[in-house]
Design a protein around this ligand. Structure first.
Ligand code: PRX
Length: 655
């Protein structure tokens, strides 16, 4: 396990956090999750998951609950179903077509309400359009869009015809789209002319055009109109969404999918430069997201649920689209950033739609704290009844601020730990039952068997820390890495026998509550986004001036971690401020703007062991201004001393 000298202090600080918040009797009485649910799931783990699967609408009921051929699980075998039917048709057929599925708020302030009947109508028309283009069951379709209503429509239209979607977050670069589309051999891409971000137009279609030059498998590009400026359209390949659907019928026979059929791929960063296509199944995934949406968010008919994540990440897949829609909930879909046009935009939205549940990330909470509570106090947030957090560890200070300032001291705060790979929330309080602790994700969801183990894979006694692992398969677990079962086994199932390795460090307190400590591999978490050090390094060495690069995550008050690069140049290049900026921008253009490194330091050489391995631990020490750890294994210790003095000099200048 990566040893961070700061980790010990952090753990000490966290474990000294003794404030507790038991559920109020009023919340407990009305909660979806009632006491005994964890124990019941423990007694009959398969029965627990079966009962949630039975709440889905099946075209053919399943026969078996679990077939486990480690590390490959098959849940709910023998059954068939369709995800879009579960999210739409069943509500409309039950006479609830007039219910609002989404309140959409565009960044410029335009608004739309979309009912379940309208969503079904739009999904069917697009699904028919896709079929007409020749997209069929078993194909993969890329989606690269801003947060507009057409985005969930696109996901559900793919699901309706049995094509797996592969959403690429709208902040990714053309190169990143190419890598993902090539790996999945996508046959089509759905995009938008442009999007809005902080008042500026984001050229999505133009980015897709660049990507399509290098993506031979993609035959069709469907373009929805958001901004309306002219964009290039290539004859025979590009088609406007509206033209595609205009004459299509408003009904569309759904494909009856096998439980295990691929619902979607979502690429995530690992420890190498190649992103992993995380696969999710149809029935198991839907079971996991419906159970967690209902029990962790305590979702009710009367709720207005706002998950502020982008649908480009797993949080948006699970808790904007599939979980809430499968439960027939009403959600908010917001296109823009929290600070546009003013830093009170979120609170204006909560007040306008009377949001009752808010699900956001610690980075956002820390930004709100920095901007000041006056932006919050301008608005009536009394509709809120539950707050939730995801994406990175939440520090107790941010937790308390969220609880007191946003929640007015009246809302439980549920910190939810999970991953793209887990599909659904794994560790989180159940708000009517669990005593909350600021900074702790508390306990495993019913039907999830989590543990913290040491280097040998043995359970760490309560009060200690180690690796978070999951001991038993669960329905929404990833079915693997697309096209690479070996990497799936090696990454998650090889360090410990019979245990799923998540890659996070975690402590348990004496009550058994889980406290997450961050990644233990070479994956950074910047504003809740997973970015691999190897990906940034390979983007840097792609630049003609760079000989070698090493990248580390440095603790950052706002974004959790910040990207710090150490670069040695080829002999023909000289360090300069201009090159420093150029290299950081190069990373942004290779990977996406959100990966722009915060700091970059030039160095003659990188600190390496005698066997040539870059010593990231030392680089982290240098980046975070700590005393250097053990340098005896270094080939040349003058390298780090030189680097240390440069970084110190640079940070002195900043101050
Ligand atoms: O390190 C953990 C962190 O985010 C990683 C998963 O990232 P991703 O697959 O992009 O999914 C993010 C949204 C589910 C985890 O390995 N993480 C996520 N939630 C938490 C967290 N770390 C601490 N506390 C959390 N609540």
């Amino acid at each position: 396990m990566q040893t961070d000298p700061n980790a010990h202090d952090m753990i000490e600080a966290l474990l000294k956090e003794t404030r507790t918040f038991p559920p109020t009797p009023a919340f407990a009485a009305q909660a979806n999750a009632q006491p005994g649910i964890h124990e019941e799931a423990e007694r009959d783990y398969l029965g627990f998951w079966r009962s949630w699967a039975e709440k889905l609408t099946w075209s053919k009921p399943f026969e078996t609950v679990l077939e486990w051929n480690e590390p490959f699980a098959k849940w709910f075998g023998g059954g068939t179903l369709n995800a879009s039917v579960n999210c739409l048709d069943r509500h409309v057929e039950a006479g609830r077509g007039g219910r609002i599925a989404f309140y959409f708020e565009g960044e410029p302030g335009d608004r739309r309400t979309i009912t379940y009947a309208e969503l079904l109508h739009d999904v069917c028309k697009l699904a028919n359009g896709l079929r007409k283009l020749g997209v069929k069951r078993g194909d993969r379709v890329a989606i690269y869009m801003p947060m507009v209503p057409e985005l969930p429509v696109a996901l559900l239209a793919c699901a309706r015809i049995g094509a797996a979607h592969s959403v690429v977050f709208g902040g990714f670069s053309a190169d990143s789209i190419v890598d993902r589309m090539k790996d999945a051999e996508c046959v089509a891409i759905i995009t938008t002319d442009q999007g809005w971000r902080r008042g500026k137009k984001v050229p999505l279609k133009a980015t897709v055009d660049v990507a399509l030059e290098q993506s031979p498998s993609v035959k069709h590009c469907i373009v929805s109109k958001r901004v309306g400026d002219p964009v290039a359209m290539r004859d025979g390949r590009d088609i406007w969404w509206n033209d595609l659907v205009r004459d299509e019928p408003a009904t569309c026979a759904p494909e009856a999918m096998e439980s295990e059929d691929l619902l979607f791929l979502l690429y995530t960063s690992g420890t190498t430069a190649k992103p992993k296509g995380i696969m999710h199944s149809t029935a198991g995934y839907l079971t996991g997201v419906t159970a967690t949406t209902s029990l962790v968010f305590d979702l009710k008919e009367s709720d207005i649920f706002w998950c502020t994540a982008d649908i480009g990440w797993v949080t948006g897949h699970s808790y904007i689209v599939y979980g809430p829609l499968a439960l027939g909930a009403t959600g908010i879909l917001y296109e823009g950033t929290p600070d546009f046009p003013e830093q009170d935009r979120f609170w204006e939205i909560v007040e306008r739609y009377k949001a009752t549940i808010l699900y956001t990330a610690p980075t956002a909470i820390r930004a709100f704290m920095k901007w000041g509570r006056e932006h919050v106090d301008k608005h009536d947030l009394s509709s809120l009844r539950l707050l939730a957090s995801v994406g990175e560890p939440i520090n107790p200070e941010a937790w308390m601020w969220y609880h007191d300032v946003i929640g007015g001291g009246n809302c439980p705060v549920v910190d939810t730990w999970w991953q793209t790979e887990t599909g659904a929330i794994m560790i989180a309080p159940l708000p009517g039952i669990t005593t909350l602790k600021p900074g702790s994700a508390t306990r495993a969801f019913p039907g999830i068997v989590a543990d913290v183990v040491d280097e040998e894979g043995k359970t760490v006694p309560l009060g200690g820390g180690g690796y978070i692992v999951i001991r038993q398969p669960w329905p929404s677990m990833t079915r693997g890495i697309y096209g690479d079962p070996q990497r799936f086994k090696e990454t998650y199932w090889s360090k410990f026998e019979h245990l799923y390795l998540a890659g996070d460090g975690c402590h348990r307190d004496v009550d058994g509550d889980f406290w997450f400590m961050g990644r233990i591999d070479d994956v950074m978490n910047v504003s809740g986004h997973r970015i691999s050090t190897a990906e940034v390094e390979s983007a840097l060495v792609d630049h003609h001036a760079v000989a070698e690069a090493a990248v580390v995550g440095k603790a950052d008050d706002l974004t959790g971690q910040a990207i710090v690069c150490f670069v040695s140049l080829r002999s023909h290049s000289e360090p300069s401020a201009a090159l420093n900026t150029e290299l950081r921008q190069h990373v942004a253009s290779k990977l996406g703007k959100f990966t722009m490194p915060k700091e970059l330091t030039f160095t003659q050489e990188l600190p390496k062991t005698r066997s040539g391995k870059i010593m990231r631990r030392l680089l982290r020490d240098i980046a975070e201004g700590r005393e250097l750890g053990d340098t005896t294994t270094l080939a040349d210790s003058s390298v780090v001393l030189d680097l240390q003095s440069r970084v110190q000099a640079a940070s002195g200048k900043e101050e």
